[in-house]
Structures are given as structure tokens and as C-alpha cells.
Design a protein around this ligand. Structure first.
Ligand SMILES: [Zn+2]
Ligand SMILES: [Zn+2]
Length: 257
């Protein structure tokens, strides 16, 4: 049995004290690889350092929509340099967050478009963050021709129509622990209608701990809880979900194992 946590934030201070144990626990639970996402300049170095120190960890670097207002002249040249490193397997997370609006919307829209261009230049798939900005996210993916780089929509929260459009552009849909929450009936319905061949699983740790850990710190070993619910809604075995989502994640990140 092998799982991949396609999206976590191991560089966050929440893991400072026991990172090695967290990574070991993930391995012991069948999580072969963890993709850790450095979302802002101060975290990129740490994400790379963790990936370099652990054979099971890879890095994803970019500017999160929350931090779009911090983009300056140095940001993209820095990212261009860091993303050449061998352990970087995708560009992100980039996108729109119209729920928290920590950067002005116009600034988020500009940063998202520019970074799709940069990812294409770097030849990397993108990891998209979309919170309460489904329509705008789709519009930018289309206008920037994001099908040329592909990638995944992380912590997917849109409807079936949106999922279908993302699949048509070559994206995978990522299922987080949010699918275990009480209010997830709509999301379960969407995931149930999508082919297993289009799904990957993630934790978004330290956030979004699944039931029965809701409210606590999330960690990559819990990615099996998302996989279990995918198995229930798809009416297939847990083993089948681990097998297919692992192959899907390897394909997204173009990893040959
Ligand atoms: Zn996100
Ligand atoms: Zn994230």
C-alpha cells in the first residue's frame, strides 16, 4: 500500500519541534512521498532544505494569493533560480482567495496570471489555490492557457461543472481532509462523479485535519482519511484508491519511480 500526500506545508512553524517524527510517521502509514509547498519568500529556503534532507519529500514553490501584495522586482528572478533545483517538482500554490482577501483582488489576479506564465517558462505543472473565486479562477486558467502546463486544483471546492472544465484543461482534482467534514455532502457528490483517474489526495497539513482530528494539527500520515472517503464515495476498495491516486500524483509531478 502506497500513498502520496500531494500538498502539505512542512516548513511551517507547527512542525518545527517534531518534523523528523512527522515524516517517519507518514512513512510508517504508507505515505511514500510528501510534496511540501513554500508559499512565500521566507519559506522557500526552508521547504528546499527539508526536501534536500529527506528522500521522501519534494518541494513546490510559488507566491500564495495571500502574499501576492509582497511580489516585487526580485520575486520572480529568485523563484526562477530556486525552481531550477532538482527537488522542485511543481510551481505553486498560486491562485485566488476571495474568502480572506489578504491581498487586494486585482493584485491576486495579476500575480496569478504572471505566475502561470512563469511556470510555463520553467516547464513546471502548477498547483492552484481557489477559495470562493471559482469563476475568476477558471477565467484566468483559460486566458493564460494553463493547459500548456497542467497541474492540480488543490483542496478542490468547486462544483461538478468546474471540475469537468479543469479536467478538460488537463488538471487533476485534489481531495483534502475537508471531505470528511459534516458539511461535505456536496463535495462528496462531485468527487463521486469524477473518474478515479483524475483524483489525487492531500492533507494541506498543518491545516484541515480530517475527522476524527478536526481542529488539531494535521499531518501527512492522515492523508489516508481522505483516501478512505474517496473509496466510500467511489464505491471501490481503499487499496484501489491508494494505487490509482499514487499513479496520478506521479503523473502530475512527472516523477519516474
Ligand atoms: Zn491553498
Ligand atoms: Zn496549501
Amino acid at each position: 500500500m502506497m500513498l502520496i500526500d500531494s500538498h502539505a506545508h512542512l516548513e511551517m512553524p507547527d512542525f518545527k519541534k517534531d518534523l523528523d517524527e512527522v515524516i517517519q510517521r507518514a512513512k510508517d502509514s504508507g505515505v511514500a512521498y510528501i510534496f511540501t509547498v513554500g508559499t512565500e519568500e521566507k519559506d522557500w529556503g526552508r521547504a528546499l532544505e527539508i526536501a534536500d534532507a529527506h528522500s521522501s519529500v519534494f518541494a513546490i514553490l510559488g507566491v500564495h494569493p495571500h502574499n501576492a501584495k509582497e511580489i516585487d522586482d526580485q520575486t520572480y528572478p529568485n523563484l526562477k533560480r530556486l525552481c531550477q533545483k532538482e527537488k522542485v517538482k511543481a510551481y505553486g500554490e498560486i491562485g485566488l482567495d476571495f474568502f480572506r482577501n489578504l491581498s487586494p483582488r486585482e493584485v491576486q489576479l495579476k500575480g496569478f496570471g504572471e505566475q502561470i506564465g512563469l511556470a510555463k517558462e520553467l516547464g513546471l505543472p502548477i498547483v492552484v489555490h481557489d477559495r470562493e473565486a471559482h469563476q475568476e479562477t477558471l477565467e484566468i486558467l483559460r486566458s493564460e492557457r494553463a493547459e500548456e502546463c497542467g497541474g492540480m486544483i488543490h483542496c478542490f471546492s468547486g462544483d461538478y461543472k468546474m471540475a469537468k472544465e479543469c479536467l478538460d484543461m488537463g488538471f487533476y482534482i485534489s481531495v483534502s481532509g475537508a471531505i470528511s467534514f459534516k458539511n461535505a455532502e456536496g463535495l462528496k457528490g462531485v468527487i463521486g462523479r469524477l473518474p478515479l483517474e483524475s483524483l489525487v489526495v492531500e492533507t494541506d497539513a498543518p491545516f484541515l485535519a480530517p475527522v476524527p482530528f478536526r481542529g488539531k494539527r494535521n499531518e501527512p500520515s492522515y492523508v489516508r482519511y481522505s483516501a478512505k472517503i474517496v473509496a466510500e464515495v467511489k464505491k471501490v476498495s481503499f487499496e484501489k484508491v491508494t494505487e490509482v491516486t499514487t499513479q496520478n500524483a506521479l503523473r502530475v509531478f512527472r516523477l519516474k519511480i
